[in-house]
Design a protein around this ligand. Structure first.
Ligand code: HEC
Length: 123
């Protein structure tokens, strides 16, 4: 009878468990250190801008997907639209609050929100 067999089996099993544990452990330890990912344009719209820009548009806000409401605004150029969204804007129909009242969002996130809304009518 081969006395080596159980030992070898245990060794192989031990290596297998070590490898399996090694594959699981790093994936778990990465989670808490991951930085907060920036919101996409659609996420910015859905969490912030939607409060006023959801159809039919609240307080004079141009509604998402309403080409008539957006055409004249888009004609001003993206820089103007972005500037108005970042800094706030009082136009002919109402008041666009600075960053949609979310100063905690980055400029990049607000810009992506503007682009998302423009894309919904520019297609
Ligand atoms: C509290 C309501 C409110 C929220 C929230 C809001 N908006 Fe507005 N927004 C308005 C109103 C009202 C106008 C129209 C102002 C006018 O032309 O008189 C407007 C206009 C705009 C315009 C057009 C500006 C122009 O020059 O014609 C852009 C771009 C815009 N909003 C982007 C955003 C983005 C991006 C968000 C989300 C981050 C957002 N808004 C959130 C009310 C809001």
């Amino acid at each position: 009878m081969n006395q080596q067999f159980p030992k070898r089996f245990m060794l192989v099993l031990g290596v297998f468990i070590a490898v399996a544990a090694g594959q699981v452990a790093p994936a778990e330890s990465e989670e808490p250190t991951a930085t907060k990912a920036p919101l996409t344009g659609q996420q910015v719209y859905k969490t912030v801008c939607i409060a006023c820009h959801a159809p039919p548009g609240v307080g004079g806000a141009p509604a998402l997907g309403n080409a008539d409401a957006w055409a004249g605004r888009i004609a001003q150029g993206m820089d103007t639209l972005i500037g108005h969204a970042l800094n706030g804007f009082s136009g002919n129909t109402g008041v666009m609050p600075k960053k949609g009242e979310r100063p905690d969002l980055s400029d990049e996130e607000i810009i992506k929100g503007v682009k998302y809304m423009v894309e919904q009518v520019a297609q």
